[in-house]
Design a protein around this ligand. Structure first.
Ligand code: CMP
Length: 139
């Protein structure tokens, strides 16, 4: 079944010059990039995006990091797009969880600076797509 997912190529990945590498992996996997935008996230958008993590010790620094510079927001489409992108990304912690061959496993060292975000469910994807790309919100 075709799904949509919201992906962020985070400020660490943009600053390190990995946008092309990450988009290449997405394209080679066969996912369709249906929206793509470089922008610096306003704090309110970042706070809404990560609302479920409010209260965690890393939440303030996560907001500071995600708003610290340009990121790439994208909508991907394809069969099982949510799981397919999370497979490409690897686990949240680039060392403890992500395997070599994944984006985080190949390029990351820290849980926070983990290069990419991908929606974790259909509900999250629709909420996040509506937040980052309001004109693509599901009705
Ligand atoms: P993401 O998949 O975007 O979802 C929540 C983010 O919080 C996660 O990627 C990391 O960037 C960050 N994060 C999760 N766990 C930790 C942690 N233990 N320490 C710092 N940042 C974290």
């Amino acid at each position: 079944m075709t799904e949509r997912t919201l992906v962020l190529i985070k400020p660490d990945a943009v600053a390190r010059g990995y946008v092309g590498e990450i988009l290449g992996r997405i394209e080679r996997k066969g996912l369709t990039i249906s929206a793509l935008d470089l922008r610096t996230a306003p704090t309110d958008v970042a706070a809404t995006h990560y609302a479920e993590h409010e209260g965690r010790p890393f939440y303030p620094s996560l907001l500071e990091f995600i708003t610290s510079g340009p990121l790439v927001a994208a909508v991907l489409e394809g069969p099982r797009a949510i799981a397919a992108f999370r497979q490409l990304a690897g686990g949240t912690d680039p060392v403890e969880k992500a395997l070599p061959g994944t984006i985080r496993g190949d390029f990351g060292l820290e849980a926070q600076h983990n290069l990419v975000h991908g929606s974790d469910s259909v509900e999250s994807a629709e909420r996040e797509i509506g937040l980052w790309f309001p004109h693509l919100a599901s009705r």
